[in-house]
Design a binder for this molecule. Structure first.
Ligand code: SF4
Length: 725
C-alpha cells in the first residue's frame, strides 16, 4: 500500500498555544469534524448502510476538544459506538493541520489490522485528504537481511533447522514487508531469533543491506507519517528508552510525538506491568551461554571462539570453560534452593515474612550473578580487543545481543539479592512443568522462573506518558467500575495528573440490550465456596448448552474446573450434534475460527477468551460466566499490591479485588452482543452477584436488559424461549 502526504487543509476553529513549548497549534473545529459522520456528511455519502449515531458524533467532538485543549481524556465507549472513527478523524485532522504525528496504540493485533486495512483508508475518503499512516511493529518482528545472510556462515547454530532457514531466505527475497506475520508458515522461535532484527546487532548505516533493510524502510515511513499505529508493548518500549535518557525531542524506538490515543485502554496496566517485568529461567540462560561457548569432547565452539581469534585479548578465552562451568553449577544450585523453598507450592514471593527462608536461595542467586557477571566481563574484554576493521564480523554483532541480555540478567539477579531496598518491585519465584514432549531423558521436568515485577506502574505512566504528552485519549468499552473511573485512573497514574487536564465521559452502546439480552442467574446455585458448586455447574452446563442449541461460550476462572466440567458435558451431551471444544485443544485462533464457522459449537475457555472475542451472529447466543472473575489470592503480584493498599489503610478487597474483577466481568459480558441484531443470554452461575453487597458493583454497569433470578430449572426454559422466539 502506498500513501502520500498532503498538507493543505481543513477548516480551523482558532489557535491554541502549548505553554511549555510556545508552539501555536491550529485548532480543529469540533462541529465541522463531527459533520463528517453526521447525516448528510461525507460518511453518509460513501456508506450505503449509514445510520447517524449521535453518540459517535458526541464522542468525536469530545476527542477534538482533547486535542484542541491539550487534555487527558478518559472515555468509555460501549460496543457499537463506532469509536475508531471518533478518534481517527480528530487524530487525522489534527496531524494534518498541525504537521504533528499522532500515535494510536492498541492492545490486540486484530484491532491494529482493522485500523490499518479498513478504518484509516475509509477515514482518508471521509475527510477527502491523503493521509500517511503506518503500522509499526517491534523490530524483532522484522527479518534482518544481514543476520540472514550471515546465518549461512554459521550453519552449525542451525542443527536440523537449515531447511527452515532456507524457506525464510526464499520468502525474504520476495517479501514487501519483511514482517514475520507475512510468512506463510510459523518459524520456530529458535530459528527466527537468529535472523530477526535486533537493535544491538544492527550495524546501521555501515550495514551492507542498509538500502534494502525492512526496519529502516518502516522507520523512514514512520518519520514522515501522520498516524502511527502500534501496540501498547511497542509504545512502552519507546517510553522506556525516552525515560532512560533519549528524551522526547528526537527519535527513539518511534519518531518523536506528543499526542497518543490508547484504544483498548483497559489493558494498559497489564501491558505495562508485563513490559516492565524481567524474568530468567535455566532455558533462557543456557541458550545464551551455549551460543557463546560450548565444549564437547575437547572441541570448543560458539561465538566466543570466533571473537577470540580476532581479539588482542585472545589468551583470556581460556577462562571460558571454568566460568561457564561455574555458571551451570550456580544455576543448578539456584533451582535446587528454589524447589526446596516452593516444595508443594507453585509460586512464592520474597518479602519480609518469607525472607528468612529465602536465605540459601539468595546465596545461590548471588553466586550465579557473580559467575554470570564474570563471564559477561570476559566476553566484553575479548570484544574490546577487536580492531575496528574486524568489527563487521557476524560473531561480533551476535555477541553484542547476547552480552546485553547477559548483563540484564546480572542486574535482575543482583536486584533479587537487594530486594529489601527495592520496595517498588515484587520479587517472586515460580515452578512450572515442561510439556512431556520436551522432557529429555534424565532431564528435570520441572523448572523455575525468577521474576521481578513493578508493584505499581502509576508513577511510571505519569512520568513517561501523561505528563510529557500534550494530549492522551484513553478509550475502551470497559473503564468504569461501579459509578466512576477512579479505580482505572488510579491504577494507570492518570489520577496523579492535574485535575483540570482530565476530561471524562461515558458514551453508551446504541444496541437495544433491553430487547436483545437476557441476564440470568440461578437462585438455587450453591455459593462458589460450597463443596457442591462444581457438581452443580456440571449438572447445569449441559442443560444450558442444550437450551441454547449449542452456540455457547463458557468462561471459567480455573482450568481445573473447566477440564472437569468439559468431560462431564461431553459425556452427558453424547447425542448433541454440535462440536464441544475446550481451550488447549488447539491454537486459540483456530478454536475461535471453528467456533465461528460451526454454528452449534460450544467453547469452554479461560483467561484470554474473556476479552477480544468478536463473534457476531448466531454462533454466539449464550455466554456463561461460571464464577465472578476474582484474581486468585496466590498470585504474588496481586497479593503484594493488595498488601500495599492495606498498609496505607485502604481495603484491598474493595479497592483492588472487586474493581479488577468487575472490569474482567464486563469484558466477558461484552462478548455476547456484537451487532445491533445480535440476541442472546448471559448466564452467571455465581449468585454472589445478588447475595453479596459487592455484587452491586458488578450489576451497576450492566446495560438495561431483561433480568431473571430464579431456580435453574426455570432458567433453561426461559433462555430457550428468549433465544428462539
Ligand atoms: S540495517 Fe540493521 S536491521 Fe537492517 S539489515 Fe542491516 S543490520 Fe539488519
Amino acid at each position: 500500500m502506498s500513501f502520500f502526504y498532503f498538507c493543505d487543509i481543513i477548516k480551523m476553529g482558532g489557535d491554541v498555544e502549548d505553554s511549555d513549548e510556545k508552539v501555536v497549534y491550529k485548532k480543529v473545529n469540533e462541529l465541522e469534524a463531527g459533520g463528517y459522520i453526521s447525516q448528510g456528511g461525507a460518511l453518509s455519502k460513501i456508506s450505503e448502510a449509514f445510520e447517524e449515531r449521535p453518540v459517535q458524533v458526541e464522542l468525536l467532538e469530545n476527542i477534538v476538544k482533547a486535542f484542541n485543549e491539550n487534555k487527558i481524556a478518559v472515555f468509555e465507549a460501549g460496543t457499537g459506538v463506532g469509536k475508531s472513527y471518533s478518534y481517527l478523524i480528530p487524530s487525522v485532522l489534527w496531524a494534518l493541520v498541525n504537521h504533528e504525528k499522532v500515535i494510536v496504540s492498541t492492545g490486540t493485533i486484530n484491532l491494529q489490522q482493522q485500523l490499518f486495512e479498513k478504518d484509516l483508508p475509509a477515514v482518508e475518503r471521509i475527510v477527502g485528504k491523503k493521509v500517511k499512516y503506518v503500522l509499526m511493529k517491534g523490530r524483532q518482528n522484522y527479518i534482518c537481511m544481514r543476520r540472514l545472510s550471515d546465518a549461512a556462515s554459521i550453519l552449525d547454530l542451525f542443527e536440523g533447522e537449515s531447511e527452515e532457514l532456507k524457506r525464510i531466505a526464499e520468502w525474504a527475497q520476495n517479501s514487501d514487508t519483511g514482517s514475520k506475520s507475512d510468512l506463510t508458515f510459523m518459524p520456530s522461535e529458535n530459528v527466527w531469533s537468529k535472523v530477526n532484527s535486533e537493535s544491538d546487532a544492527c550495524m546501521g548505516k555501515k550495514c551492507p543491506f542498509f538500502g534494502e533493510c525492512f526496519v529502516m524502510k518502516v522507520r523512514k515511513e514512520a518519520a514522515t507519517a501522520n498516524i502511527i499505529i502500534v501496540n501498547h508493548h511497542l509504545l512502552f518500549a519507546d517510553i522506556e528508552s525516552r525515560l532512560s535518557g533519549a528524551g522526547y525531542e528526537d527519535a527513539a524506538v518511534l519518531p518523536p510525538y506528543r499526542r497518543i490515543v490508547f484504544d483498548e485502554a483497559h489493558g494498559i496496566e497489564n501491558a505495562a506491568t508485563s513490559f516492565f517485568s524481567e524474568s530468567i529461567t535455566r532455558f533462557k540462560l543456557n541458550k545464551l551461554i551455549n551460543q557463546m561457548y560450548r565444549r564437547r569432547k575437547n572441541s570448543e565452539s560458539g561465538h566466543l571462539c570466533s571473537l577470540a581469534i580476532l581479539s588482542s585479548n585472545e589468551e583470556k578465552a581460556g577462562e571460558a570453560f571454568d566460568l561457564t562451568n561455574k555458571i551451570k553449577l550456580a544455576l543448578t544450585n539456584v533451582e535446587i534452593a528454589a524447589k526446596d523453598l516452593l516444595f508443594n507450592d507453585y509460586t512464592m514471593r520474597l518479602y519480609e515474612a518469607t525472607a528468612r527462608n529465602f536465605g540459601p536461595f539468595l546465596v545461590a542467586v548471588g553466586e550465579l550473578s557473580r559467575a554470570l557477571g564474570s563471564f559477561a566481563d570476559l566476553i566484553k574484554l575479548i570484544m574490546d580487543g577487536i580492531d575496528e576493521d574486524d568489527k563487521d564480523a557476524p560473531c561480533y554483532w551476535e555477541s553484542k545481543i547476547i552480552l546485553r541480555l547477559l548483563y540484564d540478567y546480572v542486574i535482575l539477579l543482583k536486584n533479587f539479592c537487594l530486594w529489601d531496598e527495592k520496595k517498588e518491585d515484587v520479587f517472586w519465584i515460580q515452578k512450572k512443568r515442561l510439556p512431556p514432549d520436551m522432557v529429555r531423558d534424565g532431564s528435570d521436568a520441572e523448572f523455575v522462573i525468577l521474576t521481578q515485577t513493578p508493584l505499581d506502574i502509576s508513577h511510571l505512566m505519569n512520568e513517561g506518558v501523561f505528563e510529557p504528552m500534550s494530549t492522551v485519549v484513553c478509550t475502551s468499552a470497559t473503564l468504569k467500575t461501579g459509578r466512576d473511573f477512579s479505580y482505572w485512573m488510579r491504577r494507570t497514574g492518570i489520577s496523579l495528573s492535574d485535575e483540570e487536564r482530565i476530561i471524562k465521559g461515558e458514551f453508551p452502546s446504541p444496541f437495544p440490550y433491553n430487547k436483545n439480552m437476557l441476564f440470568a442467574v440461578p437462585s438455587d446455585a450453591p455459593l462458589p465456596d460450597n463443596i457442591q458448586f462444581q457438581q452443580y455447574i456440571e449438572m447445569a452446563l449441559p442443560r444450558l448448552i442444550d437450551a441454547a442449541a449449542g452456540r455457547t461460550l463458557v468462561l471459567f476462572t480455573s482450568y481445573e474446573s473447566l477440564k472437569s466440567a468439559y468431560q462431564t458435558s461431553v459425556a452427558l451431551l453424547r447425542g448433541f450434534s454440535g462440536r464441544i471444544m475446550k481451550q488447549g485443544d488447539d491454537d486459540n485462533s483456530k478454536l475461535l475460527d471453528a467456533f465461528k464457522k460451526e454454528k452449534e459449537s460450544v467453547l469452554f475457555a479461560t483467561d484470554s477468551f474473556w476479552q477480544g472475542v468478536d463473534i457476531p451472529g448466531e454462533s454466539l447466543s449464550q455466554v456463561i460466566i461460571v464464577k465472578l472473575p476474582f484474581t486468585v489470592p496466590n498470585d504474588p503480584v496481586f497479593v503484594a499490591r493488595s498488601e500495599a493498599i492495606e498498609k496505607r489503610g485502604g481495603s484491598s478487597f474493595m479497592e483492588l479485588s472487586v474493581p479488577e474483577a468487575v472490569i474482567k466481568f464486563r469484558q466477558g459480558i461484552g462478548r455476547l452482543i456484537r451487532r445491533s441484531d445480535d440476541k442472546g443470554a448471559i448466564v452467571v452461575l455465581d449468585r454472589r452477584i445478588y447475595e453479596k453487597k459487592y455484587g452491586q458493583v458488578f450489576l451497576a454497569n450492566l446495560p438495561e436488559c431483561k433480568r431473571v433470578y430464579e431456580p435453574i430449572s426455570e432458567l433453561f426454559r426461559k433462555i430457550n424461549s428468549f433465544i428462539f422466539n
